[in-house]
Design a protein. Sequence first.
Length: 191
Amino acid sequence: MATKQSPISWLTVKAPRLSAEVQALLDRTKEKLGYIRNGQTALLARPELVLGQDALSRAANQNPASGLTRKEKELIALVVSTENRCQPCIFGHAAALREITGDALWVGRVEANFRHAGLSPRERALADYALRITRAPGEIEPGDLEPLRQAGLKDGDILDAAAIAAYFNFSNRINSAIGVVPNAEAFAAHR
């Protein structure tokens, strides 16, 4: 008996014919992950949005001049996604951190409560900052940057951390607002 595929979001909008640019984006995702993110598929009805989100993601996360490591970037993404309770993003960023660290237990501890995960002082400063950006961006003051500087982060790194946290707040909110279902592949990856 064939199982009925569940919808990938609460929306039932039909995607237009995919442009070469959108198809190339989906092909890159599939090559990188082995599957296409449900969040991307859910946005296909608005190609400019899926392309814009990808461009913003690359600008925030793939700056070659950044002093942040891939692990630190994914830590920021996971802290933001966990705070926002964005299931597709939690599954995806936890999988990426498992791949980077090879430590599924540590990643699980970060998901449950990063404060108890044995973060380095630099990682803790980044996680605290990401949480502050997520919970109360309007309350951030100059003094909130001091723990980051004390942990060895330069101002360019702080800008990168802010951009990454802000981007994932956007991504989390759009996924949650339209009910994007997490990819089972992400949940199972690198365990």
